[in-house]
Write a protein that binds this ligand. Structure first.
Ligand code: AMP
Ligand code: MN
Ligand code: MN
Ligand code: MN
Length: 285
């Protein structure tokens, strides 16, 4: 089989972070959607991977699982997500980094809770924890609580009014640096990828600076093809992958399915970029 026939989705979330499907249901859905190679890339955790792999084996699903993670980093006061692919999930160094991130998450969640309490919204952290089925408590869980308790009409409003950068309960995170993330991904034997580069609201100048720093840190790839993406962004990212000599990745960033987003549903990469999977054994079945 040639790689042209394979469907890759290298960015997805489960209930181990802020996804809505369990790892078992996620791999079942991926197989149903004819995804051949799936990376689970939960926020700052690898906790969903074992269940996913066990389900693939037990149910003999025709799916290769790539061990992944999406690491939250802080770069010039901007939150940048770095995806690690093909990581050893038992790497002690990566484990240590993820433990620190988990601690930072808890500290941030307590501060978000305090800010919301001052605004009259009580017990938000406790409620967010009810929504979080894994150990990771994300702003997405706070958002679900704010929607279901009638504080806001939808998740987007929850981020706009409370949780996002300009929101009333925003708390700057204490994430690791881009350099740290790339280094620990490498120590764990993985490949480092800048997630959704056009979703940070960066100017072209800033985005180029990010890619320069990332490249200098030894990073391998950027996501070029994503869900719900304009042709303009797809072309721009293809161009940047080339200009910075970075490999191209693709992924749906699946959290839950909708009319316009699902596992395996991204535009194929253009011929002008080199796919991150160009030398992966999964290509040669
Ligand atoms: P955290 O990792 O706790 O900072 O939470 C970030 C997560 O919240 C992201 O991974 C998204 O899934 C979600 N998120 C961030 N901004 C928005 C937004 N404006 N609307 C909906 N979801 C968002
Ligand atoms: Mn998320
Ligand atoms: Mn992300
Ligand atoms: Mn993601």
């Amino acid at each position: 089989m040639t790689d042209k026939l394979l469907c890759y989705d290298l960015h997805s979330h489960t209930t181990a972070s802020d996804g809505l499907l369990t790892p078992a249901d996620l791999v079942r859905r991926a197989a149903l959607n004819h995804v051949d190679v799936l990376a689970i890339t939960d926020h700052d955790t690898v906790a969903g991977l074992a269940e996913a792999q066990a389900t693939i084996m037990a149910e003999k699903l025709p799916l290769h699982l790539i061990n992944g993670v999406e690491i939250s980093t802080y770069w010039h006061n901007i939150e940048i997500h770095i995806v690690g692919l093909k990581i050893a999930i038992d790497s002690p160094e990566l484990g240590e980094l993820l433990q620190k991130q988990a601690l930072s998450r808890r500290e941030r969640a307590i501060k978000i809770d305090q800010k919301l309490a001052r605004l009259g919204i009580m017990k938000a952290y406790q409620q967010a924890q009810v929504y979080a089925q894994g150990e990771i408590v994300s702003r997405a869980h706070f958002a679900r609580f704010l929607v279901d308790s009638g504080q806001v009409k939808d998740v987007s409003q929850a981020f706009k009014k409370y949780l996002g950068r300009s929101g009333m309960a925003y708390v700057p995170p204490i994430w690791c640096s881009v350099i740290d993330a790339v280094q620990q991904i490498h120590v764990a034997g993985g490949l480092a990828v800048v997630a959704h580069p056009t979703r940070y609201g960066l100017t072209q100048t800033k985005l180029k600076k990010l890619l320069t720093d990332f490249k200098q840190a030894g990073g391998e790839a950027i996501e070029v093809s994503q869900s719900r993406q304009s042709v303009k962004d797809f072309n721009l990212l293809s161009q940047y992958a080339n200009n910075f000599a970075l490999l191209a990745s693709q992924g749906s960033d699946f959290h839950n399915f909708s009319d316009y987003l699902d596992l395996g549903k991204t535009e194929p990469l253009s011929k002008i970029v080199k796919p991150i999977w160009y030398n992966w054994p999964e290509n040669k079945q």
